[in-house]
Design a protein around this ligand. Structure first.
Ligand SMILES: Nc1ncnc2c1ncn2[C@@H]1O[C@H](COP(=O)(O)OP(=O)(O)O)[C@@H](O)[C@H]1O
Ligand SMILES: O=P(O)(O)OC[C@H](O)CO
Length: 495
């Protein structure tokens, strides 16, 4: 099948590769988990060598399982966990420290100092981001300041910084290319999203020498050729986007006002706001949705740190479920008499609260509360948090109008959760047939650049609905539940 694409999805907990046919359907998948390192409370690291070795292995696995000649692969597309920072030696390709992961909070004090120095407004106006340890810039500076000799080496031009896409491309191309795309660059705190370039003032302020930074390309662009020995022949890398932006493309959210929400470990909702960046009054992020043919399309993003991870906590922390899908029957059994609220601030609260010090809490327990009610509260917390994001989006951008939410990610498989989401939003929730929207978005970038896949209009027309969840809840009930949720969040916040 000519026109097939190898899509790499390097995520927080696993590396995946999917071969898509020219009909946009997955042909084969390879997936490998890798170790998470938690050296101290609030620190999260990955070994960069693991990111690369698992990626190379899953690519080979997917290619073998596809049972098609490698010559039929038109291109490689890459999508990745965003913000995670890798610093390596330009000569040897060896990392100088582990990758510091997006969830890592170690630079909270650096952010607090910058805030106290009155720098947040400047940073937000240029980057569209909030001054938070979530983003790459302060993580890179931490490596330079804490690994012996690293800052001097960086200043001599010997070290490279990259988000995970850059690190993978460096290795895929045999160390020849130090590149990234505009979406990944827009998550670093170092990139000016209005001028579309690295920002010297921000690099000075945060302490990252500009010689470390990769060249920034469009999302569909020439990122180099893979080494001939890796997959049997060199393959062109023609598409790159951060995973949430890739999901936005895979969901064909090309029109202003279209919004997608991805439910994996966390939840990330992006609304396409068109060619003009909308600056948020409600603590959402302004970010680059995609850059194609030199033209930038922007999005407002709401990032929530706990969605599927709350279900994992029911399994691994409380031991009340064996597998994530058990929650469906439990939530169905739970009595509405039991109105408990779980605010899943396990690593603080993300948008729109940005409260790094809040910790999770449960309210409304009685002697009759049981495991079924905990499961329901966990699933409901995902709906409530999404509602908070959508409210913020509507307040920021009046052009939005009626919301139809396109959903994807592992947790969107939960029918109960998706129905509650529609109920609490009071708006329809659409789940597509292809659940691998993140990888599909990367594949579309590469496939369209290769000329093997169609452009936006035809691709959008092929987006197929699996199921629409329509709101069934009475307005009075919704208002009552939301009032209880807001009260629970207020009591959980540290600020
Ligand atoms: N049927 C289900 N019901 C509830 N949660 C689910 C279900 N299936 C998967 N999940 C949750 O979805 C998450 C996995 O989604 P995935 O998109 O693979 O995440 P990631 O890419 O962040 O690793 C897990 O946290 C899991 O608990
Ligand atoms: O790897 P995921 O799917 O958990 O996504 C991580 C996000 O890109 C973090 O911003």
């Amino acid at each position: 099948m000519a026109g097939a694409i190898l899509a790499i999805d390097q995520g927080t907990t696993s590396s995946r590769a999917i071969v898509f046919g020219s009909d946009f359907q997955p042909i084969s998948v390879g997936q490998k988990e890798f170790p998470q390192h938690f050296p101290r409370s609030g620190w999260v690291e990955h070994d960069p060598e693991d990111l690369w070795s698992t990626t190379a292995a899953v690519c080979r696995e997917a290619l073998e399982r596809a049972h098609i000649p490698v010559a039929d692969i038109a291109a490689i597309g890459i999508t990745n966990q965003r913000e995670t920072a890798v610093v390596w030696d330009k000569k040897t390709g060896k990392p100088v420290y582990n990758a510091i992961v997006w969830q890592d909070r170690r630079t909270a004090d650096v952010c607090a100092k910058l805030r106290a120095a009155g720098k947040e407004k400047l940073i937000t106006s240029k980057t569209g981001l909030i001054l938070d340890p979530y983003f790459s810039g302060t993580k890179v500076a931490w490596i330079l300041d804490n690994v012996e000799g690293a800052r001097a080496r960086a200043e001599r031009g010997e070290l490279a910084f990259g988000t995970v896409d850059s690190w993978l491309i460096w290795h895929l191309t045999g160390g020849g290319k130090h590149v990234t795309d505009a979406t990944n660059a827009s998550r670093t705190l170092l990139y000016n999203i209005h001028d579309n370039c690295w920002d010297e003032e921000l690099c000075d302020l945060i302490g990252v020498p500009m010689s470390m930074l990769p060249e920034v390309k469009d999302c569909a662009d020439d990122f180099g050729m893979s080494r001939a020995d890796l997959f049997g022949r060199p393959l062109p890398i023609l598409g790159v986007a951060g995973d949430q932006q890739a999901a936005t493309l895979g969901q064909a959210c090309f029109e202003p006002g279209m919004v997608k929400s991805t439910y994996g470990t966390g939840c990330f909702a992006l609304i396409n706001t068109g060619k003009e960046p909308v600056s948020s009054q409600n603590r959402l992020l302004t970010t680059i949705a995609y850059r194609l043919n030199g033209e930038t399309t922007y999005a407002l993003e709401g990032s929530i740190f706990a969605a599927g991870t709350t279900v994992q906590w029911l399994r691994d922390g409380l031991g009340i479920i064996n597998s994530a899908s058990d929650t469906q029957a439990m939530a169905e059994r739970s009595s509405r008499e039991q109105q408990i609220y779980l605010v899943p601030a396990f690593v603080g609260l993300g948008a729109p609260h940005w409260d790094a010090d809040a910790r999770a809490a449960i309210y409304g327990l009685t002697r009759a509360t049981g495991p079924d009610d905990f499961a329901r509260a966990a699933l409901e917390s995902v709906g409530y948090q999404t509602r908070d994001l959508i409210d913020a989006m509507q307040a920021d951008w009046s052009a939005q109008g009626q919301t139809v939410l396109r959903v994807d990610g592992g947790m969107s498989a939960s029918n109960w959760t998706m129905q509650f989401l529609a109920d609490i939003l009071g708006a329809p929730v659409d789940r597509p047939k292809v659940s691998e929207t993140t990888a599909l978005g990367a594949a579309w970038l590469a496939g369209s650049r290769a000329g093997a896949w169609p452009g936006q209009t035809e691709f959008s027309a092929k987006w197929l609905l699996d199921r629409r969840f329509s709101p069934e809840m009475e307005q009075g009930e919704r208002d009552k539940l939301l009032a209880g949720w807001r009260d629970a969040v207020r009591r959980t916040r540290s600020n």
